[in-house]
Ligand binder design. Sequence first.
Ligand SMILES: [Zn+2]
Length: 262
Amino acid sequence: MATRKVTANLAFGQPTKFNESMTPTKADVFQHYMCLRQEENVNRTPREALVTLCQKISEDLCRIWNKFSFPTMSFEGICLKVQRLIEMAQCFNKIPVIRRGSEKFKKEKESFDEMFDICSCTCFDSGIDRNSCKCDVKIPVLEWEAFLGQKKRMNQLGAVDKIVSAKKKRTHERKQKLNERVAQQILRTTSNNNIETSFEKTSLESSSSGSQEFVPNEKLALTQNLQNRLCYPKHAATSDRYRVSSRATAAIVNSALQDIFR
Ligand SMILES: [Zn+2]
């Protein structure tokens, strides 16, 4: 009879299936494997080959990872990784009880509590930030914090909030597009201005000396400070007193400055 005492594994404890609210650890994967084997014994079904069992485990793994919207490596890659882990855990299981008090054993056991990482992006392990990620398939920016939480085994996933995260993703994309459009507009207007000013300058210089180095317009546009961030507190107070609108004030100041630095 399969009592708890009989089924319990010395190193990994009771065989249990995956907790659906966390990305599984290495120990979880082996416990899931033990659980599938135990089911075979209970149901008296023929013992499956390790490869097919690894495929089943990989499918379960992918299902959980998809809930988190984390990109995963290829299915074949996951199957291989699962198989390697199971073989490693089986070897670890064979360590005799006398040697289980050693530091080496403890360290090895702790390593099984790490996340079983099947992410296509390995930047976190290499100490690379999300902004510097050069992987082909990146972790979405919005999911990066959640991924860190899972890596550090901190946060749990509640009920799947695909609707909310899809909404967030859409607004994020919209904001990004808007920012890109604004940046392009600024670049276009400044490059237009630069064309005008550089044309004036070169025409003046060519008449006087004609030995100046040519600077490309794009470079000028990037190096130029695009916004005037100076404060004009007295001017603001005066325009408030005479009830001149902010827009009109900005136009007046701009024209005055242009006259001064002409
Ligand atoms: Zn990456």
